[in-house]
Write a protein that binds this ligand. Structure first.
Ligand SMILES: *[C@@H]1O[C@H](CO)[C@@H](O)[C@H](O)[C@H]1NC(C)=O
Ligand SMILES: *[C@@H]1O[C@H](CO)[C@@H](O)[C@H](O)[C@H]1NC(C)=O
Ligand SMILES: *[C@@H]1O[C@H](CO)[C@@H](O)[C@H](O)[C@H]1NC(C)=O
Length: 338
């Protein structure tokens, strides 16, 4: 009996040690796997931290973000999904500080008050300007120059629709050469003023002639004088009117402003909020439609590379109750005229 008791005790002790060891390992494994994931993520996005202190700080933010994304996705019943992307080691405050669209300038109306699509009566139920070859591949902004990417993408679109040729045009020319009003290269800018610059300059260079560098530079006036496309003017779509916006987007890609503060981890589906109407970003509407689950959406081309969203695109809810539209998209849309 005594022997058996001892045996039992030993077995229990061994079992406990085993369990403890197992727990320990499990914890280490979990810790290691998140570190491993961070390491793989760093390699994928070419992230380099200056020291171990920064690495550990960024790791903690990464871990929190991954947990947030996984919790959001597991809630189900959502019209869109989040995903781990290049912004995964940024806090939401840091992410929000990245985008700068000049609000005060936008609140004055710059575009002529005429609206050339006012009398359009027929529009298709769904449209995707990519299928008409009017959209260049998704690009990646390297500084606060969404305004340049959006204006250029709008000009690329109308140029294709009027000339039949899709030409990749230069954001860097706007960053370096456009000093109109509030256009300050990598710091901030305004799409309508970029259209004005292209009008005054009598054209815009191709990407090949004036390639993107993603930093402020001195204007290369030689490259800037080699025009690959030009525009005659631009107009603002009547504000806070998604019906008017539809008439415009049905006829050409349209530059819009948007409150992008909650877009950090958008991965796919129709974005239905939450978001505000304090716009801080610009992107291009290249179509619209209705999702499989019956939600009306706008199709937007963003400039955050193809690792964000639906290969760089976003579907965002259309025809919402708020007159400003979802995330302020109807507040100041505009388009160039070629
Ligand atoms: C799912 O969402 C819809 C509307 O968005 C809501 O009416 C419904 O109650 C939600 N269902 C659950 C289980 O949360
Ligand atoms: C202007 O650019 C063209 C082609 O990009 C080049 O061949 C030419 O040498 C340049 N001229 C000057 C003055 O830099
Ligand atoms: C919205 O725009 C459409 C098309 O231009 C116009 O017919 C309608 O009156 C506008 N609605 C408002 C509230 O201004």
């Amino acid at each position: 009996m005594a022997f058996k008791n001892v045996f039992h005790c030993t077995l229990l002790a061994l079992l406990l040690i085993g369990l403890w060891a197992f727990n320990c390992n499990a914890r280490d494994l979990k810790y290691d796997s998140m570190h491993e994931r961070h390491g793989q993520w760093m390699a994928r996005y070419g992230k380099v931290y200056k020291d171990n202190y920064e690495k550990e700080l960024r790791y903690k933010i990464f871990e929190q973000n991954v947990k947030f994304i996984e919790a959001f996705n597991s809630e189900g019943n959502k019209s869109y999904k989040l995903g781990v992307n290049q912004f995964a080691d940024l806090t939401s405050e840091e992410f929000q500080a990245k985008n700068k669209i000049k609000r005060d300038v936008f609140s004055k109306k710059l575009g002529k008050s005429t609206f050339k699509y006012e009398h359009v009566t027929q529009v298709p139920d769904a449209l995707d300007w990519r299928q008409e070859g009017a959209v260049t591949p998704v690009k990646a902004q390297a500084c606060d120059d969404c305004w340049a990417f959006t204006a250029v993408a709008a000009i690329e679109g109308i140029t294709k629709l009027t000339t039949g040729t899709l030409i990749d045009l230069s954001e860097q020319e706007l960053i370096d050469c456009d000093t109109n009003g509030e256009d300050h290269g990598c710091r901030e800018g305004v799409m309508d003023q970029a259209f004005e610059f292209v009008m005054e300059n009598k054209g815009i260079a191709s990407e090949a002639t004036y390639p993107y560098r993603g930093v402020d530079g001195i204007c290369n006036s030689n490259a800037s004088s080699q025009h690959a496309a030009s525009i005659k003017g631009y107009e603002d779509v009547p504000a806070n009117n998604e019906t008017a916006l539809l008439l415009a987007v049905a006829n050409q890609p349209v530059a819009v402003v948007v409150d992008s503060k909650t877009f950090q981890f958008y991965k796919g589906g129709v974005f239905t909020g939450p978001c505000g109407i304090n716009f801080d970003h610009g992107f291009l509407f290249v179509g619209y439609g209705v999702s499989d689950n019956g939600i009306k959406y706008w199709l937007a081309k963003n400039s955050w590379g193809t690792t964000w969203g639906e290969q760089g695109y976003m579907r965002i809810q259309r025809d919402v109750a708020a007159k400003e539209g979802m995330c302020s998209i109807a507040m100041v849309p505009s388009y160039p005229i070629a």
